[in-house]
Structure formats: C-alpha cells, structure tokens
Design a protein around this ligand. Structure first.
Ligand SMILES: NC(=O)c1ccc[n+]([C@@H]2O[C@H](COP(=O)([O-])OP(=O)(O)OC[C@H]3O[C@@H](n4cnc5c(N)ncnc54)[C@H](OP(=O)(O)O)[C@@H]3O)[C@@H](O)[C@H]2O)c1
Length: 345
C-alpha cells in the first residue's frame, strides 16, 4: 500500500513547536522578522508570499512584504535590499524567485533577452542580501546567495551558521518523518537517490548536501538546531551501496534510454514543473517519491499508486513544508546561543 504524505498536517505539527520557540525568543526581547520581495507579474510568487505571510503571522514572526515589477529599475530594487540589510529589525530576507518564462515574457518583449539575462538579473538581486562575509550578519533566510550555496557545496554551511534553502530543508524533513513514523529501517543515506531538476533553489544544494553526508559524513554540533537533527536522524551505517545522482532534462532522457526505467533508485526527488514526468512504469516497487513540482506535480500519482511505498502529493506535499521550513530557518538565523534552548521543539 502506498502512503500519501500529508504536508499540511506535518507543517501544523511543526508550527506548534516553532510557535513556542518564537514566544521564548520574544520573552527575551528577540523578534524574528522576515522581509519578503516578490514580483507582481508572477502570480505564483504572490500566492507563495501570502501563504508564508499567513504562517508567519500564526507563529508570531513579523513578515514585511514589498512587491516590484520586472520592469522596476534594478538599482532601485538593490537599494531597497540594502536598506533591509541596514535595518536591524529585519533578521531574514527572501526574494521569491519568479518563473524564468514569466520574466522573459515581460522583459524580453521585442528584445533578445535569454535565460542568461534572467540569471544575471537574479544574481544581481540575491548578491545584495547581507551575509556574514559581506556584512558581518547573515540575513540569507532562504539560502539564495552564492556564499550559502558554496558553503553547502563544501559542507561547511552548518559551522558557518547558514541555513539550507527552505525547499531543501522541507524535503529532508519529509524523509526524516518517513523514517521516524513509517519505516525506521529507512535512511536516504543508505539508498540510491535520484534528484531531477538542477536549479539553485533545490536540485543542486540538495545534491551537494546529500553527497557530502554520504561521502565525508559531517560532524554535527549537538545543539545547532533542527536542520542538524534532520541530518543526524538520517545518518545510519549500512552495508547497502548508496549513491546520489543529479540530472536535468538531458540526463533524465539518457537514464531512461539506457536503463529503460529508473528502477535502480529507491528515492526519487523531482523538481522540474513538468506534469506527470515520472510514471509508475519508470519506478521500482517500494520507491519513496518526493514531488517538488508546482503548480502541477511531476509525479503521476495514479500510476505510481500501489507500487511506490510513499508519495508526496501536489498540492499538500512539499509546498506547506517549504513554508514552515522558511519559518524554522528564520529562527535558526537568530543568535546561535539561543538555539540551545530546550523545551521548544
Ligand atoms: N514546492 C515547493 O515548495 C517548490 C519550491 C521551489 C520550486 N518548486 C517547483 O519546482 C519546480 C522547479 O522549479 P525551479 O525553480 O527549480 O525551476 P528551474 O530553475 O526552471 O529548473 C527546472 C529544472 O528542471 C529540469 N527539467 C525541465 N524539464 C525536464 C524534463 N522534461 N526532464 C528532466 N528535467 C527537466 C531542467 O533541466 P535542465 O537543467 O536540463 O534545463 C532544470 O534543471 C517548479 O515546478 C517549481 O514550481 C516548488
């Protein structure tokens, strides 16, 4: 029988612990505040921002929102981000990444703008977010900056007191929950894991993080917070041959062509936005399938039912967990000594 994950339910359970933690911070005079920026032409960004703002309100985290247009002057947006860096009441900054195609639709009208232009525009924005190196304080609450991504690649993000992108944290939380509540013998670190989609928001950092854990192992400070506990909970020695593979479109086509299916992978995490990319015919029995695609799922739920052990649906899978993971990140960014608090899990 396939277990269908309930993202809303787990997110609400986590919200209870986070709410207590926020109250403890507030009693100490520490007030987490996320400043969010989104682009009004991208309706999905507006919708995610509303959901994040609602959850923040529920937990007692301040959530300040400002929207721009794709056509807004770049320097004006950069200036605004720099003002957030200088504002000591802001403890985390998130820029909601729009769809490349939406940006090209609006900005590229009548011109030759390409994905490379979009990437340059995006980097020009995220590079403004304060990090320890640039400003002596880390406000990168969604793991968007090159500095955070490099630290994830090197396996040093924990010791540098950085946080993983919220979607990466969401996926790891779901895998941890599967192990804790459904199958105690499961650990993704002892399995063959396939990640489809190689964006900086999910695929690449998730791949680096898992690869580091599988290859080197990471020393996890005892009191660093939930992200470390997730890693620890998933660490288990095993004789099984583990592997993590990251593919984009070409890589997936090649894998399917060569092997005719993806049946060598027990865990498949897909983040492409391509509807029903993964069907039941491609997967192995007892697979663990994590669908990050939105607004429609990458995984064809119907054909995978009764073959996979576990599937995260769309909606109500990774989405609500990403929202709650952003809130957990916001708390992890606060002073490290405060993360040792007990009774707030
Ligand atoms: N649930 C959440 O919280 C959450 C958070 C963030 C994103 N998302 C969703 O995740 C999806 C991806 O977002 P993104 O920002 O990562 O997008 P992105 O930057 O556009 O990346 C898409 C990736 O998918 C790959 N891809 C596209 N078509 C493919 C195919 N037919 N076969 C295999 N790979 C294919 C691309 O491969 P190439 O590299 O070869 O081009 C690329 O690596 C979207 O649906 C987005 O809405 C969900």
């Amino acid at each position: 029988m396939t277990i269908i994950f309930n993202g809303e339910q787990l997110a609400q359970q986590k919200a209870v612990g986070l709410k207590k933690k926020v109250a403890i911070y507030q009693a100490k005079g520490i007030h987490p505040k996320i400043a969010a920026i989104f682009f009004q032409e991208d309706q999905a960004s507006a919708m995610y921002t509303t959901k994040k703002s609602q959850m923040a309100n529920e937990l007692g985290i301040a959530y300040q929102v400002k929207s721009f247009s794709f056509l807004s002057n770049l320097q004006e947006i950069q200036l605004y981000i720099r003002s957030l860096n200088a504002d000591s009441s802001v403890t985390g900054i998130i820029i909601q990444k729009p769809w490349t195609s939406k940006w090209l639709e609006v900005v590229g009208k009548g011109k030759n703008d390409s994905t490379a232009d979009f990437n340059a525009w995006w980097q020009a924005l995220v590079s403004q977010i304060a990090t320890k190196k640039s400003h002596g304080i880390n406000k990168d609450v969604d793991g968007l900056t090159k500095e955070t991504l490099n630290a994830i690649k090197e396996g040093t993000w924990m010791e540098k007191q950085m946080v993983l992108p919220a979607t990466v944290r969401a996926v790891l939380s779901i895998l941890k929950d599967y192990r804790l509540h459904i199958d105690p013998t499961f650990s993704y670190l002892s399995e063959k894991v396939l990640i489809i989609g190689q964006s900086d928001l999910l695929g690449r950092p998730l791949y680096w993080h898992i690869k580091n854990l599988m290859q080197k192992g990471i020393v996890i400070p005892q009191n660093f917070g939930e992200a470390c506990q997730i890693a620890a909970a998933n660490m288990q020695t095993s004789d099984k041959k583990c592997e993590v593979k990251l593919v984009g479109k070409k890589g997936l086509d090649k894998l399917i062509e060569q092997k005719k299916s993806l049946s060598e992978f027990r865990v498949i995490i897909s983040a492409t936005g391509q509807k029903n990319l993964i069907s039941g015919a491609l997967i192995a029995p007892h697979s663990v399938l994590i669908d990050v695609g939105e607004p429609q799922g990458d995984i064809d739920l119907v054909s995978c039912l009764n073959k996979a052990d576990f599937i995260t649906p769309v909606p109500n899978g990774v989405g609500p967990m990403t929202v709650i993971s952003l809130m957990a990140n916001a708390l992890d960014l606060l002073k490290i000594e405060d993360l040792t608090m007990t009774g707030a899990k």
